[in-house]
Design a protein around this ligand. Sequence first.
Ligand SMILES: [Zn+2]
Length: 72
Amino acid sequence: MRCEECGDKLDRFVDRELTNTEALEIQLHLEGCPDCMEHYEFQEHLKRLVKHSCDCDVAPQAFRDKLRQILS
Ligand SMILES: [Zn+2]
């Protein structure tokens, strides 16, 4: 699997919306690809942050810096 393809499916992987086969492919790719693993961890972090946004509407500075870094 190419990183591009992994990136396309990462959203759905984080949301557990992929089929078992697809999820396994992503898992295997992440284990061998630190770049995609970092994106995955970021997405997970983002998801948790969104989930808890009711009691914390301001993202920590470090997180916002990282977000800017990834989006730029
Ligand atoms: Zn990759």
